[in-house]
Structures are given as C-alpha cells and as structure tokens.
Ligand binder design. Structure first.
Ligand code: NAP
Length: 270
C-alpha cells in the first residue's frame, strides 16, 4: 500500500473548490480533484503539479448522479490512492423565487448539495478511518442560519450540511476523523455570482469575500479541528446580532434585503 496521503476535493475546477485546491497544493498536499466533464480540470491539475511539485489526479464526473459517486470511489481504490482528507465542496447555488425554478433544477440541487455529500462521506468512511488522523470539510453557507426568501431549497440543503456535519462530528471523533463545516457568506466565485454581488446592496458587497481569502481560513480551521468555521469579521457580526434581534425585526431586514436581489442560478442571471 502506498504511504502517500491525498486530499479529495469535489467541485475543484472553479470557484471555491479551485481556491482550496491551490491552497492545499501550496501546502504540499497531494490532491484528487473532481469536477464535471470538460471543466478544464486536467489543465488545473497539470498546473498545480508543475508549480507545487505535488501529485494531482483529476477525475471528471457528474456527482449529482449517485452511481458516479461510487465510480469515483472505485477509481480511487483501483489507483490505490490513500485519502485522509475529504472536502465536500461541489454545490449548486441559486437565488430565485420558488416558482421561477423548475423541478429538475431543484432535484439536481438537492442531489448534488445533499446526496453527493452524504454518499461521498459514506463511501470514504473506511478509507478515512484507516488513514487517520483524517479530516472531512463540508461546505455549507451562512444562509443556513437565516430564513431567506429566494434561498428556500438552497438554504435548506445547506442547513442539512450544517446539521449533518455537527452530528457526524460527534460520532466520528472516536474514529480519529475530524468533521468541520465552513459557512461562508457571499464569495466572488463564478461570473453570475460576481455580477449579482456587484449589483447588491452595500451590506452584501461589504461582506463579500474572494475565494482565495476564504480557502486558507478553511484549511486552518479544519486542521485546528474547529467545529464551525465562519470566514470574515462581518459575517461573524451578522451571526452575533442574530442571537439577540427580535424575530420580526430580522424578518423585516432580511425580506427587505432579498426582495430587490435579482434572480440567479449557478447557470447565470435570470
Ligand atoms: N459563491 C458563494 O457566494 C458561496 C457562498 C457560500 C457557500 N458557497 C458554497 O461553496 C461551494 C462552491 O461554490 P462556488 O460558488 O465556488 O461554485 P462554482 O463557482 O459554481 O463552482 C462549482 C464547482 O463544482 C463543480 N460542479 C458543479 N456541478 C457539479 C456536479 N454535478 N458534479 C461535480 N462537480 C460539479 C463545478 O464544475 P464545473 O466547472 O465543471 O461546472 C465547479 O468546479 C458550494 O457548495 C456553494 O454552495 C458558495
């Protein structure tokens, strides 16, 4: 058995996943990167290998199909790559009125954000246990703490991630596997999110971070075994204020914020 250890990152071709891949590589961590087919993943893998002299394997797979999670797992087993860090990052975002989304979009969102994270964690459980001390980082969202219009299904998937991570953490501690969840506020990841953030109110713009700023915070938090990682001072302030503001005031503020936001999915502004 090879004694090299690998970090597996889902959704690593773009946005936050790509920033995490670069951050890990700069810390000399070997990587397995997964993203959709034709996602320039091989190009990124080659660039990281050359620049940081680490081993990088790229696997193109649509993780919203459950059988593909198993295919990724089997491929990694066949290659005899030893994973000791799993970063469940792949996710489909959206900001839109419920009726603006169609069922196939919501189905894909739930499958990718919820089911793929659950499957990947289950599939890699024995591997992580064998290679301990091991780490799981689940990517949630700050919006899982608030009930926001236009964030219904997305927010619910991220609440699942938060609940799942915190519960699993209690169970896996004795297995020498640390589970952390990161809940970022808005990040300038893909073009549709960037233009949405730019068009947003000043408060959202002020709290928006670049994925390259968030990635080191994520990894530091994970390695320090933090339970919940909240990047950015302003996001921490939002959560603090949330603890004492009366419900009706919170509703007024968040409704006002969300009403004027344009609708956007991961596929572009509507
Ligand atoms: N951006 C934000 O403001 C924000 C805030 C809080 C939390 N988050 C969370 O952060 C994570 C990353 O978001 P992001 O904004 O960086 O997203 P992104 O820019 O859209 O990148 C998503 C990544 O996931 C991959 N991906 C998409 N669908 C996939 C599938 N079915 N199977 C495998 N890979 C797939 C994409 O590959 P392709 O390049 O091939 O499409 C890409 O590499 C998500 O979980 C999101 O919910 C984002």
């Amino acid at each position: 058995m090879s004694n090299k250890l690998y970090t597996l990152i889902t959704g690593a071709s773009e946005g936050f996943g790509k920033a995490l891949a670069i951050e890990c590589a700069s810390r000399k961590m070997n990587l397995i990167l997964v993203a959709l087919p034709e996602s320039k993943l091989y190009f990124l893998a080659n660039a990281l290998m050359k620049k940081y002299k680490v081993e990088v394997t790229a696997i193109e797979m649509d993780l919203s199909q459950e059988e593909n999670c198993l295919k990724v797992f089997k491929r990694i087993e066949e290659m005899n790559l030893q994973v000791n860090m799993l970063i469940n990052n792949a996710g489909l975002g959206s900001t839109m009125l419920f009726k603006e989304g169609n069922l196939s979009f919501y189905q894909k969102q739930v499958k990718l954000n919820v089911m793929a994270t659950t499957f990947m964690t289950h599939l890699f459980f024995d591997t992580l246990k064998r290679n301990g001390p091991s780490y799981i980082l689940n990517v949630g969202s700050l919006c899982s703490f608030f009930y926001l219009m236009k964030k219904h299904v997305y927010g619910a998937t991220k609440s699942y991630i938060y609940f799942f991570s915190k519960s699993l953490r209690r169970e896996l501690k004795s297995e020498n596997i640390n589970v952390s969840v990161i809940c970022p506020g808005p990040m300038n990841t893909n073009q549709s999110v960037i233009s949405l953030n730019e068009a947003n109110n000043w408060l959202t713009r002020m709290s928006t971070m670049n994925p390259e700023e968030v990635a080191p915070i994520a990894l530091d938090g994970l390695l320090k075994r933090k339970e919940v990682i909240i990047p950015g001072q302003l996001n921490k302030v939002f959560l603090f204020i949330d603890t004492f503001l009366p419900e009706f005031i919170k509703k007024m503020i968040t409704n006002h914020q969300m009403k004027n936001i344009r609708s956007v999915t991961a596929f572009g502004i509507k």
